[in-house]
Design a binder for this molecule. Structure first.
Ligand SMILES: Cc1cc2nc3c(=O)[nH]c(=O)nc-3n(C[C@H](O)[C@H](O)[C@H](O)COP(=O)(O)OP(=O)(O)OC[C@H]3O[C@@H](n4cnc5c(N)ncnc54)[C@H](O)[C@@H]3O)c2cc1C
Length: 503
C-alpha cells in the first residue's frame, strides 16, 4: 500500500516526525541507509570489548524532560528510562580548581564559591522562572518566535543581554573566578562556537542552565534505548522502519514530490509527503537534483557553512577514571578546558586547520550512572574533541597521534588513567560520516551553529519553516531550526507543517 509519508532517515528527528504523522493517522514508512540499526547519531554498539556498550554519537540528553516533542510522545511506556549522576557537568583543571554544575542549586553555588556562587544563584533563580517560555520560543517553529515570546520586557532585555555577547564576554560579565568563567565557553564548544565569537554566548548559557534544570540525562541501556523506544512506538501506530534503504532521489512531477528512488533503483510511491532527515545540501543538490530551484538557494547549498569535525575515542576501562578532583568522579560529563584563554587557543588552532595540541574534551562517564554499560567494576569512557574537517596527510595517518593527545590530556587530569585502559577505539571525521551521511566531515551540529546559520537563516532564508520549493517535500533534520541536539523538535515541527499543509 502506498505510504502517505516517506521519511528519509531514522535519526531522532526522522523518528519523531514519523511518530507525529502516525499519530495523525498517516501511513508512514521510514527509509534508513544504515544496514544494521536505526537512530543515526543516537545509537549504541559493542565497539571495544565484549560487555562494553558504547554510544556512537549523542550520549547526554539535556532536553530529555523539557523537549515538547518527547513530552508529547511520552516514551516511558515504550521502555525508555533515564538516569542521572550527582553532578551534571564538571569543569576541572590540572591546578586542582573545579567548577561543577548539578541540579541542586546550592551545590552548584558552593562549587563556584563566594561571589560567583551568589551570581549563579541569582542567575539560575531567574532562569527557572523564564525557562518554559524561553524553550517554547526557541524550539517551536519560527517566526512565531517573537509574538509567542510571553516574556516580560525586563526578561527579554535580560536574555538579550546574555545572548548578544560573546562566550568570553558573558563569562567575564557574570563571574570573577577562572573556574566559573570557563564553564559556559567550554559548553559552547560542543558545537563550533568559540569564546570570542560574536553572539556566541547563548548556546553555552543554554547548555549550562539546561544541565542545572533538566540535567545531562543518560538513557539506561545506552543511547540506543531512546531510538528503540521511538521505533517501538512508531510500529505500534502502524509505521515501519526499513534498514539498508538509502534514498538517492525524490521523484517530482508537476512540482510535487511523488516518490523516492533507492540506491538499488526501487521506486517507492508517496501519497502525500517526503520528509528528509538528511543534510540540507544533500536534499537540495542531490535528492532534488535537476529541479528548478531558486539560484540563491542552490548557491547557498553549494557553499553550505559546515561545522567543525569531531574526533572521538571510546575506551573500555578496568576501573573508574582516577580523577584528581573529587567532583569529576561523580559527574555524568566532564569538560577539559583549563581556562578561557586555553579554549581560545584551541578554537584558533582548529580554525587554522591544525590538529589541536592540547585538545578541549567532552568526556562522558555513562557507566557511572548506568551499570549495564560495562562488566562489574569496569567502565566505559566516551570522549570527543573538535578538529578540522580534513587534515594534512589524511586521518588514517593522524588518528593515533590525535588519540595519544587525548590520552595525555586525560592523564593530566587523572594521573593513572592510562593504566586503566583495556581497549580504545578511535573514530575520525570520515568514520562518523561513513555510518551517518549527515555527519559531513565529522560535523555533529547539522551545519555551523554560528548566528549566520541560525533561526531564519537555517538552512537558508526563506526556507526555515521546513518547507522546500517542492510541494510535499520537507526538511526535518537538525539542519533545520532549532538545530543540533537530541530534542526531536526539527522532526516534530516539520511533521506539524506537513500536516497543516496536506492534512
Ligand atoms: C559524536 C557525537 C556526539 C554527540 N553528542 C550529543 C549529546 O551528547 N547530546 C545531544 O543532544 N546531541 C549530541 N550530538 C548531536 C546529535 O546526535 C544530533 O544533533 C542528532 O542526532 C541529530 O538528529 P537527526 O535526526 O537530525 O540526524 P541524525 O541523528 O544524523 O540521523 C540522520 C539519519 O538519516 C540517515 N540518512 C541520511 N541520508 C540518508 C539517505 N539518503 N537515505 C536514507 N537514510 C539517510 C542516516 O543514516 C541517519 O540514520 C552528538 C553527535 C555526535 C556525532
Amino acid at each position: 500500500m502506498t505510504p502517505d509519508a516517506v521519511v528519509i532517515g531514522a535519526g531522532p528527528n526522522g523518528l519523531v516526525a514519523a511518530n507525529r504523522l502516525a499519530d495523525a493517522g498517516w501511513r508512514v514508512e521510514v527509509l534508513e541507509a544504515h544496514p544494521g540499526r536505526a537512530g543515526g547519531a543516537v545509537a549504541s554498539e559493542a565497539a571495544t570489548l565484549p560487555g562494553f556498550v558504547h554510544d556512537v554519537g549523542a550520549a547526554f540528553f539535556p532536553f530529555a524532560a523539557a523537549s515538547p516533542a518527547f513530552q508529547a510522545l511520552d516514551l516511558a511506556p515504550w521502555g525508555l528510562r533515564w538516569g542521572h549522576a550527582p553532578i551534571e557537568s564538571c569543569h576541572p583543571a590540572p591546578d586542582g580548581t573545579v567548577a561543577s554544575i548539578s541540579r541542586d542549586d546550592d551545590r552548584t553555588a558552593a562549587s563556584l564559591g563566594g561571589r560567583d556562587g551568589d551570581a549563579w544563584r541569582t542567575l539560575i533563580a531567574w532562569h527557572r522562572t523564564v525557562q518554559p517560555t524561553l524553550l517554547d520560543a526557541l524550539l517551536r517553529p519560527l517566526p512565531g518566535l517573537w509574538p509567542k515570546l510571553k516574556l516580560l520586557p525586563f526578561d527579554l532585555l535580560r536574555f538579550s543581554n546574555i545572548a548578544l555577547r560573546s562566550g568570553q564576554g558573558l563569562a567575564r560579565h557574570l563571574f570573577q573566578g577562572e573556574a566559573a568563567r570557563r564553564v559556559m565557553p567550554g559548553l559552547a564548544l560542543h558545537v563550533d562556537q568559540g569564546p570570542e565569537d560574536r553572539f556566541g554566548a547563548a548556546l553555552g548559557y543554554m547548555l549550562a542552565t539546561m544541565a542545572a534544570t533538566g540535567g545531562n540525562a543518560v538513557p539506561l541501556g545506552g543511547a540506543q534505548a531512546l531510538t528503540n523506544a521511538l521505533v517501538r512506538r512508531l510500529e505500534a501506530k502502524g509505521g515501519r522502519v526499513r534498514l539498508g534503504a538509502k534514498v538517492e532521489r525524490i521523484v517530482v512531477r508537476q512540482r510535487r514530490a511523488q516518490a523516492v528512488v533507492l540506491a538499488d533503483g526501487q521506486e517507492i510511491p508517496v501519497g502525500r509527503a517526503v520528509l528528509a532527515n538528511t543534510d540540507a545540501a544533500f536534499l537540495y543538490l542531490k535528492l532534488l537534483e535537476g529541479q528548478a530551484l531558486p539560484g540563491r538557494l542552490t548557491r547557498r547549498m553549494r557553499r553550505f557553512p559546515r561545522g567543525w569535525g569531531t574526533f572521538k575515542v571510546d575506551y573500555a576501562l578496568s576501573a573508574p577514571v582516577p580523577w584528581a578532583v573529587a567532583d569529576a568522579r561523580q559527574a555524568a560529563v566532564v569538560h577539559a578546558g583549563d581556562s578561557v584563554a586555553d579554549l581560545v587557543r584551541f578554537t584558533r588552532q582548529v580554525r587554522s586547520g591544525a590538529l589541536p595540541e592540547h585538545p578541549y574534551l567532552v568526556i562522558g562517564q555513562q557507566s557511572l550512572v548506568d551499570r549495564s554499560r560495562a562488566p562489574d567494576g569496569q567502565h566505559t569512557l566516551w570522549v570527543y574533541t573538535r578538529v578540522p574537517n580534513t587534515v594534512e596527510g589524511g586521518w588514517a595517518a593522524q588518528a593515533e597521534a590525535m588519540a595519544d593527545r587525548v590520552d595525555a590530556r586525560l592523564e593530566g587530569l587523572a594521573p593513572g588513567f592510562k593504566a586503566t585502559v583495556l581497549a580504545r577505539r578511535m573514530v575520525t571525521p570520515p568514520d562518523l560520516e561513513a555510518f551517518d551521511a549527515n555527519l559531513v566531515g565529522g560535523d555533529l551540529g547539522g551545519g555551523s551553529n554560528a548566528w549566520t546559520n541560525q533561526l531564519v537563516f537555517r538552512p537558508a532564508f526563506p526556507y526555515y519553516r521546513y518547507r522546500t520549493p517542492i510541494t510535499g517535500a520537507y526538511l526535518c533534520s537538525s539542519y533545520a531550526h532549532p538545530g543540533a541536539g537530541v530534542h526531536g523538535m526539527c522532526g516534530f515541527n516539520a511533521a506539524a507543517q506537513a500536516l497543516r499543509d496536506l492534512g
